[in-house]
Ligand binder design. Structure first.
Ligand SMILES: *[C@@H]1O[C@H](CO)[C@@H](O)[C@H](O)[C@H]1NC(C)=O
Ligand SMILES: *[C@@H]1O[C@H](CO)[C@@H](O)[C@H](O)[C@H]1NC(C)=O
Ligand SMILES: *[C@@H]1O[C@H](CO)[C@@H](O)[C@H](O)[C@H]1NC(C)=O
Ligand SMILES: *[C@@H]1O[C@H](CO)[C@@H](O)[C@H](O)[C@H]1NC(C)=O
Length: 349
């Protein structure tokens, strides 16, 4: 080979190298830099140990980039199932096009919900579950107007639920279950700015009664179970609502079911362990129930026959004041007659 051929050869391979490496790297250089800082700040967790600075960050595991409309900026970061320890890296706030942020099942992820998340104005989906996060449910979430999904369940969050969350215009799911939240359900939850989100607030220490304002809400799913809520919850029900799931179990609610009209859309109703009185209305036989539980209350009278009410077994009716009829014991006059004759017998003895 003469010198020209060598040079040409060299040039050919050099340009080939340049074009392939350039076209391959779609990742924005700022995003790559930020991601590498995140990797470092989480002490190289094994799920993302494969992140290689020499490769296109849009091809890294746990990362997704948007299309050309957002200049291929990083839009999703999902780090899950990892023993990584430390706090949520503050650098997450420097991924300005992020729409999805997931830190899930990182049991050694501690500290507060990172305040720099407040910078993520395109964030739609925030899922931080099964970690060991502490501190409050941050007030700043209400500034992130694109949020439609918030799931902070299974952490150690404390303090009360920020009333300002009702200002989020696109919120569809609010899940704060299994934390250590205290205080009341905010009054503002009676008037969400957008449509009414599904509310999952179970397994906390919420107290007080359900604000009257919530009576106007037509929601799909509510789970307030296992809190310390009290008072009248009958305001949540209504024949004209489109609710399909209500779980109020294990609280201290007290109301009379005889006056409660339940929407025919309801298919899951859990009221167990409360102080509910009255009898089961005949109207409830019109419901198509997949799940039903009224055990451990103070209900009385015959269980109406029909619909799905006899499809459940006695465990769903046990420990009430004087419920009777299938699937519990008959409430025929026999029982009262028996009681009478017993009395009579004891008297003549
Ligand atoms: C993670 O937390 C568990 C206890 O919750 C502890 O035993 C373990 O050592 C921690 N691991 C790291 C890497 O910090
Ligand atoms: C929130 O996350 C928990 C834990 O991963 C999950 O079980 C639950 O279904 C999620 N809630 C919603 C509304 O998606
Ligand atoms: C419940 O609904 C029935 C018919 O759907 C109606 O006649 C009754 O007045 C309602 N009761 C209450 C307390 O709203
Ligand atoms: C209904 O609640 C009671 C009391 O908590 C419980 O023992 C029973 O298993 C529940 N039934 C169902 C189907 O979950």
């Amino acid at each position: 080979m003469d010198k020209t051929t060598t040079l040409l050869c060299f040039l050919f391979f050099f340009t080939l190298f340049l074009t392939t490496s350039l076209s391959k790297d779609l990742c924005h250089k700022d995003d790559k830099k930020t991601l590498l800082k995140i990797q470092k700040s989480l002490n190289n967790p094994y799920t993302i140990i494969s992140w290689d600075p020499k490769e296109d960050c849009c091809s890294w595991v746990s990362v997704e980039c948007g299309d050309a409309t957002v200049n291929r900026r990083v839009t999703s970061l999902d780090i899950s199932d990892d023993p990584a320890s430390g706090q949520i890296p503050p650098e997450v706030g420097d991924l300005p096009y992020l729409q999805t942020l997931i830190f899930r099942k990182l049991p050694n992820l501690t500290g507060e919900i990172q305040p720099t998340i407040a910078k993520l104005k395109y964030l739609r989906f925030l899922w931080l579950s099964w970690n060991s996060l502490t501190g409050p449910v941050p007030e700043f979430l209400s500034q992130l107007k694109s949020l439609d999904y918030i799931n902070l369940s299974f952490n150690k969050l404390s303090g009360s639920i920020p009333a300002s969350l009702s200002l989020l215009p696109k919120l569809e799911f609010l899940e704060l279950s299994r934390n250590k939240l205290t205080g009341p359900i905010p009054e503002s939850f009676g008037s969400f700015k957008g449509k009414v989100p599904d509310l999952f607030l179970s397994h906390n220490q919420l107290s007080g009664s359900i604000p009257k304002s919530l009576g106007n809400l037509d929601f799909n799913r509510i789970d307030f179970s296992r809190n310390k809520l009290q008072g009248d919850a009958s305001l949540l029900f209504g024949a004209k609502k489109t609710t399909f799931c209500i779980d109020l179990s294990r609280n201290m609610f007290q109301f009379d079911t005889s006056k409660v009209n339940i929407s025919k859309t309801v298919n899951r109703l859990d009221l167990n362990h409360n102080g509910i009185t009255g009898s089961i209305p005949v109207q409830w036989t019109e419901l198509s129930l997949q799940f039903f539980n009224v055990s451990y209350n103070r209900l009385c009278g015959p269980i109406p026959k029909g619909g799905d009410l006899q499809r459940f077994d006695s465990y769903e009716y046990l420990h009430n004041k004087c419920l009777c009829g299938a699937p519990l014991q008959r409430c025929s006059e026999d029982s009262s007659n028996q009681a009478l004759s017993l009395k009579f017998i004891t008297r003549i003895n």
